[in-house]
Design a protein around this ligand. Structure first.
Ligand code: BG6
Length: 609
């Protein structure tokens, strides 16, 4: 996904650069901005753009846009066209008097560009976005004089297919044209003027009020407020809630390591107020359906992407364990809504950002087939939380590093609280688990302190011996292992696989040769003996075993490197076993010189299909 920021204010360009800095986690292939110094003059709009981070753009602009009145900017996650200066946004009309930035995908760009060719326009970039600015140029130049730039803009929007969040400025005109359809866009207002952004984060410290745009909204933002076409819905401004946590790693070298170490605090936050005062029962509220209504459902679907998907698999294991309701987790882009949704089902979207398009689209599909929908989200006020209107927030605090860590643990914790809240299990069964759950933040805190040496050895082994294979078994550790492989790929660019231990011998064991690293996630649960067998099968082919376990039994003798986790309730093993998994990926990535907070080709969440 890309990040868009725009504003009308004193030093508008400076404010846009600051806004883009806070949106960079959304995409960092390139960055650019445009500025109008005086809206009364019809002179070409000043623009600057560059590949790479916003910091590159700041040095390239080098204060040239100080004093600008109106400005729009963009950080790019490339979908159409290579990572080049030419494909970077903003894109301008031939005469430079109209400029546009876009987040989303214009699915009919090819047919629109041939229509433009018939009108004498040629494209200078490989992007789908550029067609919009030429269409707007044509519309403004050919429409009758009594029509406004907003009229022209709306006519252009009516020709587009796909998803977009757009901001455009026109020389000689006050205001910023904005449109939202399938990609997030919010308006901010404050002392200093009016702004538009892909999310509310940059508004903290710059605006005091926010208005959430809905799909289909097209406006002209001016210092006087929001201008809309007659009979159009105009969102009301509401007070901007919350505070902005600066992306500051503190004493840690990277945000990712800081966020791994944040887990004791973030886990306390997701549990806080959701465990009964007598400490024996979980109470996760906020869902439209009551626990007894949920218990009567035919099934509970969980839909998510990336790290959130592996957390959802563990959550559905908890639901299957503690209730009689059928439950399954699905990769959102593969969600078979028609066959698993009905009015007698609940479909829960699980997402850190609440903006991932695949998950939003799958929720809409679920709704289309009559399913109740809810969400577990981290970002407050996100599209998903407002779309479902019920569910629970994860309270992990902002997560800046692109690869998700602390939010994974909070998703699993919120999912367990949900399963226990709807569970029919007796209080005594639940009591022990809930009491142990309350201890998890401290357990993680102490575990984080004494892992360095074993993690260091495991890092060295992987760097020297090549791609690891991650194995686990059962409803918890096999998904912790899968998340391990994902983290390793995201952070160190090492292609690796993850398998249920029992599946190895049916083919993938052929990959193992002398020294092959195997990362085995083996909590002391009912699958331990079976995992011991799988590990022995690997060792007999010369594999090197990195064993992550809380067991102190004979299985530890099979380890070439033992990463000891703290003992806890078997159902809570995901919390203790995910931490070394995250640290391992982090340290391998750092050793390989990867920018672990901004790995290549990734974005914090993807708002395009
Ligand atoms: C990807 C991120 O873009 O989206 C992953 O790089 C993340 O870290 C995935 O897990 C899903 O994002 P979200 O916000 O829906 O949890």
């Amino acid at each position: 996904m890309c990040g868009i920021y725009g504003c009308i204010a004193d030093d508008a360009a400076g404010k846009v650069l600051e806004g883009l800095r806070k949106l960079e986690y959304r995409g960092y292939d390139s960055a650019g901005l445009a500025a109008i110094f005086s809206s009364s003059e019809s002179t070409p709009i000043e623009t600057e753009k560059t590949t790479g981070y916003v910091s590159n753009l700041v040095s390239k602009v080098n204060g040239r846009f100080d004093g600008a009145e109106i400005s729009i900017g963009h950080t790019r996650w490339a979908t159409h066209g290579g990572v080049t200066d030419n494909n970077a946004h903003p894109h301008s009309s031939v005469d430079g008097k109209i400029t546009i930035v876009h987040n989303g995908i214009i699915e009919n760009a090819t047919s629109l560009s041939s229509r433009l060719a018939n009108l004498g326009y040629s494209l200078s970039s490989e992007t789908d976005t550029e067609v919009i600015v030429h269409l707007l140029d044509h519309e403004i130049k050919t429409q009758s004089d009594d029509l406004s730039i907003l009229d022209a803009f709306c006519n252009v929007i009516s020709k587009l297919r796909g998803s977009w969040a757009l901001a455009a400025i026109v020389s000689g005109h006050e205001g910023i044209l904005v449109s939202r359809s399938g990609a997030p866009l919010v308006i901010g207002r404050g002392e200093g003027g009016i702004s538009v952004s892909s999310d509310i984060q940059p508004f903290y410290g710059a605006c005091s009020e926010v208005a959430y745009m809905s799909d289909g909204d097209n406006f002209l933002l001016t210092t006087k407020g929001i201008v809309a076409k007659k009979d159009s819905h105009v969102p009301a401004f509401e007070a901007l809630e919350g505070v902005y946590d600066e992306e500051d790693p503190g004493n840690f070298p990277h945000m990712m390591l800081k966020e791994i170490h944040d887990q004791p605090t973030s886990l306390s936050n997701v549990l806080s107020g959701r465990i009964s005062s007598d400490g024996i029962s979980a109470e996760l509220h906020g869902f439209d359906l009551s626990p007894s209504e949920i218990r009567k459902l035919e099934r509970i679907n969980l839909i998510a992407c990336g790290t959130a998907y592996y957390a959802s698999e563990i959550i559905s294991s908890y639901i299957r364990k503690f209730t009689n309701v059928r439950s399954e987790a699905f990769i959102a882009s593969e969600f078979p809504a028609k066959s698993v949704c009905s009015p007698n089902t609940l479909t829960i979207g699980v997402s850190q950002s609440g903006e991932t398009k695949d998950t939003l689209d799958a929720l809409l599909e679920a709704k289309k087939y009559g399913s109740n929908i809810s969400s577990l989200c981290n970002v407050i006020g996100s599209t998903m939380s407002r779309m479902t209107g019920n569910g629970a927030y994860l309270h992990a605090g902002p997560e800046f590093a692109v690869a998700s860590t602390k939010v994974f643990s909070n998703m699993v914790a919120a999912g367990l609280l949900f399963a226990l809240t709807i569970s029919e299990a007796t209080n005594s069964e639940k009591k022990k688990l809930v009491q142990d759950l309350r201890k998890i933040p401290n357990i993680i805190s102490s575990q984080l302190m004494d892992m360095d040496e074993s993690i260091e050895q495991a890092t060295k082994l992987i760097l020297e011996n090549g791609p690891p294979i991650f194995i686990g078994r059962g409803g918890f550790s096999s998904y912790v292992a899968k998340e391990g492989a994902l983290k390793m790929m995201e952070i160190s660019y090492i292609p690796c696989i993850s398998l249920p231990g029992g599946k190895l011998k049916h083919g993938p064991i052929a990959l193992i040769s002398e020294g092959s690293p195997i990362v085995a996630v083996v909590p002391s649960d009912s699958k331990l003996n079976l995992m011991e067998t799988s590990i022995r099968e690997c060792k007999s082919r010369g594999a090197k075993i990195i064993l992550i376990t809380d067991s102190e039994g004979p299985i530890t003798e099979l380890a070439d490197i033992l990463i000891q986790t703290s003992p806890t309730h078997p159902d809570l093993s995901p919390f203790t076993h995910i931490v070394p998994i995250q640290l391992l990926a982090y340290h391998v990535g750092v050793a390989k010189g990867v920018n672990v907070d901004r790995p290549r080709n990734l974005a914090k969440s993807v708002t395009v299909v």
